[in-house]
Design a protein around this ligand. Structure first.
Ligand SMILES: [Zn+2]
Length: 254
């Protein structure tokens, strides 16, 4: 483990990543092979889960610390990090404002990478987060090399999400609770666009509408509220162990 990181700090982040993974799975969003990462306070390393650990009961012990070149610095004595760790490392290298990354394979949002004439756009007010656009990376293969990670990160640019053609999505946020909330809204928005296309021609939010919403929206308070809600559901269903509750109690820090 890097010398600059304390055990208690790393342990707290490990519990957050494991909890976010379990909560997103608990809500039917993450699925069997999505993954969540967080940048550690040394800014040069991140936490990412092992390749084959179950997303349903991921534990802090299943997480590796890797540097931005994907080298393992600490973690389980057996196994290896997920295949597409380059998604996380290259985004964190390029984007100083990002500390948490989700890659997953949402069914509905990915439909929009496989169709002509309709693109995923902000439909619901919380999708203001993606008002600058949701680009689609044109390559459908796994992002499992540095070069592919760099190319995908160029497609992401300064946006807050990128679709991977016929594959999935990458969402970027400032911390783990905010990432969880963004993932929930990203799925809601994709479903809204899909459903509205069944009824008529979708009318995305205008730049003026998203700007007005963003100007009046308290993102930190909203993230705390929803983190508390999903955490409570996770504790109730047993998806989250009770002993994690205190570490995960929401605080405003965005
Ligand atoms: Zn993938």
């Amino acid at each position: 483990m890097p010398d600059t990181l304390s055990n208690s700090t790393v342990e707290r982040f490990k519990i957050e990543v494991a909890a976010c993974t379990r909560l997103l799975n608990n809500e039917g969003i993450l699925g069997y092979s999505g993954h969540v990462s967080v940048r550690l306070p040394d800014r040069e390393s991140l936490l990412i889960q092992s390749f084959d650990a179950s997303r349903n009961d991921l534990s802090p012990e299943d997480l590796f610390i890797v540097d931005l070149d994907g080298n393992v610095l600490d973690g389980p004595s057996e196994g290896r990090p997920v295949n597409e760790v380059e998604i996380h490392s290259e985004v964190l290298r390029a984007r100083d404002d990002v500390n948490a990354v989700l890659h997953y394979h949402p069914e509905i949002a990915t439909l929009f990478t496989m169709t002509e004439g309709i693109e995923l756009k902000p439909m619901k007010n919380h999708a203001y987060r993606w008002a600058s656009g949701i680009p689609t990376h044109p390559e459908s293969w796994h992002i499992d090399t540095k070069e592919r990670g760099e190319a995908m990160t160029r497609t992401l640019g300064n946006h807050n999400a990128v679709m991977l053609r016929s594959h999935g999505a990458v969402i970027v946020s400032e911390n783990i609770p905010a990432l969880m909330v963004d993932a929930v809204h990203f799925d809601e928005n994709a479903k809204a666009m899909y459903d509205s296309a069944q009824v008529g021609k979708p009318i995305p939010l205008s730049p003026e509408e998203t700007a007005e919403f963003a100007a009046n929206f308290k993102r930190d308070k909203h993230a705390v509220k929803l983190w508390r809600y999903f955490l409570s559901r996770g504790l109730e269903t047993g998806a989250i162990p009770k002993e994690w509750g205190e570490t995960l109690a929401p605080t405003e820090r965005v």
